[in-house]
Design a protein around this ligand. Structure first.
Ligand code: GDP
Length: 298
């Protein structure tokens, strides 16, 4: 919790200072509501969430006196109302096993680290985990995933650099099935610069997976870097088109003032948010707790 609070501190400070400028007037009138809405937009919550929160505050409290503390609490409650419907932990329910998680996202978003963190979490819950090094495009990617696999202590299926990701995934599912793996986490290339190729590559992986198990991939998890702000949200549109997305992990919420994008993502896309990254270490992935996050942000 400390880390989470520390993590959202800058976002919270930003929203608080924006909200503090607002209150001073005693009654919640239209001018004050305008200012609240502006403060929310300035804090990266986005126009749509800001308007929604404004309307809810108006419905509940128009013309009433409101202190700064009450305003913050009211805003936190509305943020929580936006976040609650999308909070959805990754659950291992696939039968037959393995459950296949395809992890997608642009390079640098924290994809590899998030895969390692997820592997660690699942392992702590006594699931047998395996990784597949499906990002064969970047020279460093396979080695980096191998390093994490060794550190976490899970098997990894890898091929040569420049190899065919779909055939690696095919081998991985076969091996995972043989040794009774519960969760197979597949790394993928994150080169959005070449959308067509990435799309073809992911389609091929999906096709191979589907042939082995019509339910696979069970999850397509998009990793987004919160420090990218609005750009992170644009990536949702692109990856929905390129790969299909079943849920989100947002990383780097520690130390950024842009944590509000999490609310914006929830409000605009309604996609499940599985977890959040709050640091570089293996246990710095937190389940997404909407009430806690709302209280920390506002
Ligand atoms: P990839 O290129 O998407 O696979 O990204 P990496 O997993 O290699 O991560 C890129 C950088 O972001 C690394 O330096 C990671 O340590 C760092 N990183 C990943 N997740 C987080 C996070 O939640 N918080 C912070 N502060 N850094 C992170």
């Amino acid at each position: 919790t400390d880390r989470l609070f520390g993590g959202f501190r800058k976002t919270s400070e930003k929203l608080t200072s924006n909200l503090t400028e607002v209150v001073g007037t005693a009654k919640l009138d239209d001018a004050t509501l305008d200012d609240v809405e502006d403060a929310l937009i300035l804090s990266d919550l986005g126009p749509s969430a800001a308007a929604r929160i404004r309307e809810r505050l108006r419905d509940k409290r128009f013309g009433l006196e409101i202190s700064e503390t009450e305003l913050k609490e009211a805003v936190a409650e509305e943020i929580a109302a936006i976040l609650r419907p999308v909070a959805k932990p990754l659950e291992i329910t696939a039968f037959p096993r393995p459950q296949v998680l395809l992890v997608i996202g642009v390079n640098g978003s924290g994809k590899t680290t998030t895969i390692a963190k997820l592997a660690h979490l699942f392992q702590e819950d006594d699931y047998a985990v395996m990784l597949a090094a499906g990002d064969t495009f970047r020279a460093a990617a396979i080695g980096q995933l191998q390093t994490w696999a060794d550190r976490v202590g899970v098997p990894i299926v890898r091929g040569p650099e420049g190899g065919d990701p779909a055939s690696i995934v095919f081998d991985a599912v076969k091996q995972a099935t043989e040794i009774g793996t519960d969760v197979l986490i597949v790394d993928t290339a994150g080169r959005l610069q070449n959308k067509r190729e990435l799309m073809d590559e992911l389609a091929k992986i999906r096709k191979v997976l589907g042939r082995l198990n019509p339910e696979a991939p069970h999850d397509v998890v998009l990793v987004l870097d919160a420090t990218n702000g609005q750009n992170a949200l644009n990536q949702i549109d692109v990856f929905k088109e390129v790969a299909g997305v079943s849920g989100i992990v947002m990383t780097k919420l520690d130390g950024t003032a842009r944590g509000g994008v999490l609310v914006q993502a929830a409000e605009q896309y309604g996609l499940p948010i599985h977890a959040i990254g709050v640091g570089e270490k293996i246990d710095d992935l937190r389940p997404f707790d909407p009430d806690l996050v709302a209280r920390v942000i506002a």
